[in-house]
Design a protein around this ligand. Structure first.
Ligand code: 1HN
Length: 355
């Protein structure tokens, strides 16, 4: 029988036919079997390479001077999880990263420096450490550093998702820095105060579709919210105090493909483990702590990674790996994931373990 089977496989090979029964179990695994690995990038280790990148190529020549954070199991794929891209971008004083647009959505989480700008559709936003900034799909964007210090930020994009759907388009702008047509802060004035322009019927009239019309979520507001909660609210045993950034017009994630979060772990926090189907990328905004990440190997065993993180470090938690966070001194963590897609497809799962 085995011989006949293999003869059948060989005979139909040229006709691009494959027997399902040989692959069925791996196509529908009993639980997610991600190839991704937990991984950690200490800023202390990465920063010198960013500095060297600054010596060997200009922002103008590179277009975007970025070191991609690649999942060790996905080398060469420009991906930190199967669905998400992450990188650290450097822009030196006086440089401009030229204007372009693409269908991929981008987020920036500012890691180091102060005072450079990103421009989106004619409006500049000044960047501060800890700000969360959005570039909506198909909007013109350029970045410039008019400060006297290097600026570094985390880029998060839905590149693997758009690649999967073969839906990528891109164009270069006609000038390096786009014309400024709106005063800085206009989008924040319109949408950043629990108000919206009159005759603005929510998502029906949203200027950027499902993407938030707020380009910047400033750190001062975010920390004010989290510190207030830390003083008085009930602590969540898994998350500490965790808030999701929202699109003010929909209450949903700021981007249709990526959810973003900031959480505060108080001093002495020893979190319980949880797992969820959305893989997540973390950037350490303040303080230090430990992430314990446990996953099931393809063979069936488990393996655990323990990352001791501090300010500006980055790490990735793959799908359906359990994550336990703890912090002696307290810390503030930014993170992003592909949760909105899981929710849209009705496949999001979370399991909160009690020990
Ligand atoms: C991009 O446009 C930026 O605008 C950063 O800063 C990273 C990675 C791949 C494709 C486009 C940016 C990017 C990118």
């Amino acid at each position: 029988m085995t011989k006949e089977r293999h003869q059948l496989y060989a005979d139909m090979l040229p006709h691009h036919l494959t027997p399902l029964w040989e692959v069925l179990h791996s196509l529908v695994p009993p639980s997610p079997a991600t190839p991704c690995l937990p991984a950690f990038w200490s800023y202390e280790a990465v920063r010198p390479y960013l500095a060297r990148a600054g010596e060997v190529i200009s922002a103008a020549e590179a277009v975007r001077r970025v070191l991609i954070l690649e999942n060790p199991a996905l080398r060469g794929q420009s991906a930190i999880t199967q669905s998400l891209y992450a990188g650290l971008q450097l822009i030196l004083p006086g440089e401009v990263a030229p204007s372009h647009r693409h269908t991929q959505s981008a987020l920036r989480f500012i890691v180091e420096g102060e005072g450079a700008y990103t421009a989106v559709n004619g409006e500049r936003t000044t960047m501060h450490e800890g700000d969360f900034i959005i570039t909506p799909s198909w909007t013109w964007h350029d970045h410039g550093n008019e400060s006297d210090k290097p600026m570094v930020w985390l880029d998060g994009l839905d590149i693997p998702i758009i690649r999967f759907f073969d839906a990528g388009f891109a164009e270069n702008g006609s000038s390096a820095a786009q014309a400024v047509t709106q005063t800085e802060g206009e989008s924040f004035a319109r949408f950043g105060h629990n108000m919206a322009p009159v005759r603005h019927d929510g998502l029906y009239a949203s200027p950027y579709g499902r993407t938030s019309p707020l380009f910047s979520y400033p750190i001062a507001r975010t920390l004010e919210a989290l510190y207030t909660l830390e003083r008085s609210a009930t602590l969540d045993d898994w998350d500490g105090f965790k808030l999701a950034y929202t699109n003010p017009l929909s209450g949903q994630s700021p981007m249709p493909t990526i959810a973003t979060f900031m959480q505060r772990l108080p001093k002495g926090f020893a979190g319980k483990p949880y797992k969820q189907t959305d893989g997540a990328v973390f950037s350490v905004c303040e303080g230090s702590g430990t992430a314990t990440i446990t996953g099931t190997q393809p063979g069936g065993g488990t393996s655990t990674a323990i990352f001791h993180f501090t300010h500006r470090d980055h790490f990735v938690v793959p799908s359906w790996h359990s994550l336990k966070l703890s912090s002696t001194e307290g810390c503030t963590l930014f993170s992003f994931s592909d949760k909105p897609i899981h929710l849209a497809l009705g496949i999001h799962r979370e399991e909160r373990q009690t020990h």
